[in-house]
Design a protein around this ligand. Structure first.
Ligand code: ADP
Ligand code: MG
Length: 230
């Protein structure tokens, strides 16, 4: 059976202002349904503030929706403790927009890739898993003892993708993974993501402003506007 991540009727409001002087709540998501399955790539587009990041955080079980459910192959996924979500995080992983802000500058590439294996209690030969993950993103193994500050922006984005891949997930959620990159790097990262979907059978939810990238990479596009799918 192919792995499928679904969000069903997700709604979320942010309460603004102070407790004693509440402002208007912001409806960031209203009844949004979405699905991504292994081997398929779905684009999520929409202007700034339309709810894309809120949807991603909700799908990642980093925040609870006010209503609606997230399901992986029919099993409900609820935001909760690290240990209760291990099974989910091995299967659904995240690629950040800005790797520099997500990669701990004190850690080496090896340590950065080892961390999710430890946290998610993945069994097996960690050295081998790390080496294979670096090969998948075509990062020179000689860089394994470097820290983020000693790598280029594109190399750090590869480290971030390798880190997402090291637990052998089935689904990747990527929040504007190419928007901080220059053109040649953008193209290399797009080619890499395309290979992960078409050759390795991963599912990809790709948030982007870059409609050319969306057209190149994705077979389905979901447009959000003011928290609704239009
Ligand atoms: P996008 O990623 O498409 O730019 P977001 O999901 O970040 O959209 O934001 C959707 C809406 O929710 C916006 O109006 C934004 O201002 C609001 N919002 C996002 N995060 C918060 C928060 N932590 N507190 C209050 N409002 C928020
Ligand atoms: Mg965003």
């Amino acid at each position: 059976m192919s792995t499928e991540l679904r969000g069903l009727n997700l709604s979320h409001r942010y309460r603004s202002g102070k407790l004693w002087r509440p402002g208007h709540p912001v409806a960031a998501l209203s009844e949004v349904s979405i699905s991504v399955s292994a081997g398929n790539s779905v684009a999520l587009v929409g202007s700034s503030g339309s709810g894309k990041s809120t949807l991603l955080r909700t799908l990642l079980a980093l925040q609870k929706p006010d209503s609606g459910v997230v399901e992986l192959d029919g099993t409900p996924v609820r935001a909760g403790s690290v240990s209760s979500l291990r099974w989910y995080r091995r299967i659904v992983q995240y690629v950040p927009q800005n790797p520099a802000s997500c990669l701990d500058p004190r850690m080496t590439v090896h340590q950065l890739l080892q961390e999710p294996l430890h946290q998610l209690a993945v069994s097996g030969d960690h050295r081998k898993l790390i080496r294979e993950s670096l090969e998948r993103v075509e990062l020179d193994p000689a860089l394994i003892s470097r820290r983020p500050g000693e790598l280029s922006g594109g190399q750090n984005q590869r480290v971030a993708i390798a880190r997402a891949l090291v637990t052998s997930p089935k689904i990747l959620l990527a929040d504007e993974p190419v928007s901080g990159l220059d053109l040649p790097l953008r193209n290399t990262v797009l080619a890499l993501l395309n290979r992960l979907v078409t050759s390795d059978g991963l599912g990809l939810l790709f948030v982007s402003h870059d409609l050319a990238a969306v057209a190149q990479l994705c077979t389905r596009t979901i447009v959000l506007s003011s928290g609704r799918v239009i």
